[in-house]
Design a protein around this ligand. Sequence first.
Ligand SMILES: O=C(O)C(=O)C[C@]1(C(=O)O)C=C[C@@H](O)C=C1
Length: 427
Amino acid sequence: MESSISQSPALKSLISYHKPHYHQIMKHKFLQRSSSRKTRTGTIQCIYRSDSRNFTGGIGLNRTDWQSSCAILASNVVSQQPETEKANNSEIAAVNGHKTLDLAPIVDQNLPKPLSLIPDLSPAPMHGNQLRVAYQGVPGAYSEAAAGKAYPKCEAIPCDQFEVAFQAVELWLADRAVLPVENSLGGSIHRNYDLLLRHRLHIVGEVQLPVHHCLLVLPGVRKEYLNRVISHPQALSQCELTLTKLGLNVAREAVDDTAGAAEFIASNNLRDTAAIASARAAELYGLQILADGIQDDLGNVTRFVMLAREPIIPRTDRPFKTSIVFAHDKGTSVLFKVLSAFAFRNISLTKIESRPHRNCPIRCVDDANVGTAKHFEYMFYIDFEASMAEPRAQNALAEVQEFTSFLRVLGSYPMDMTPWSPRNGDE
Ligand SMILES: O=C(O)C(=O)C[C@]1(C(=O)O)C=C[C@@H](O)C=C1
């Protein structure tokens, strides 16, 4: 198959993502599973092939491209996504809850298997009207809970990597993807920022999920037996202090997702290993909760974005947020000018993130005194609190466009206004 995925092996990127943080990379067994789902053939897949070629070739969208992306936002978009703030899907929302344990460490063979990199393009089965939502991880992952919060009653489709979730939507295997972008303790999930740029999906919503971690072991296992703790890198970093306080100065190992760590312990009968995962994962994989609420801060919350093939129509009757990404090629004052375009219009920024500019990593600047100076180049991601339907947002972006060499609107979407408290996730 010809796609950006085949050009950048996802396993490689997964390993380089984990490497700096943890002692050892576990090539988790579900990385090797082949997909049980197939993709649909047809025009759409061709469209996305040519898009992905553009994007792997370079992210330098020009002014015309940006104008057309704004035009899309402002006019003839196709779909309106369901509301983000519906009540939680009761079953999935139980991810942070505490249920009676079935202590038999047996992995249910009926749980959906995660999609892997998609091997062929034969037709997908029909799914009726149910929205199919791709997430990274296996059942019991927080991302599955976020999918359920964003789209109650959806069919949640597990994918073994973030990139596969993007691909699932692009290839019409799924209607939406729900992916984490930042956490209040662990910070930004950079991989997804990079993928947003390399794929052509649109942000159509956001959802914030309180994350309540548990330490899970096989039934009967005591703290003294443990010589390693495994989990998603974000979850390990969110619990670092607490693990130390519990006296667990044992090896930490990174795996693809929290629930996958629980499944791994159960299916390999590991009595020396604990997983950091949700209470729902304990229930699904027959593990016991050794310690509860082990995140370093009660207010541990992860923000997820919902992605779709088409943008939604921006509105002004409710609070909207807009996400953009830009690059510039001259002068260090550009960032200042961009920020002032928002400040002068009283538009609040909720997030600013910079990532290395892969296609243009270094800029040389002639300096008569000291020769040629080299600077790293960055892409900047900004979230601001305004809808693209508002003239002040359109004017701000028109001004930003003047200073930048590349600008893309990633999406203009309703803000998650769900009242939040640290205990929300326990209900
Ligand atoms: O591993 C999971 O359960 C996930 O859904 C991933 C993830 C993340 O990427 O941050 C989501 C929420 C938590 O912050 C920990 C892990």
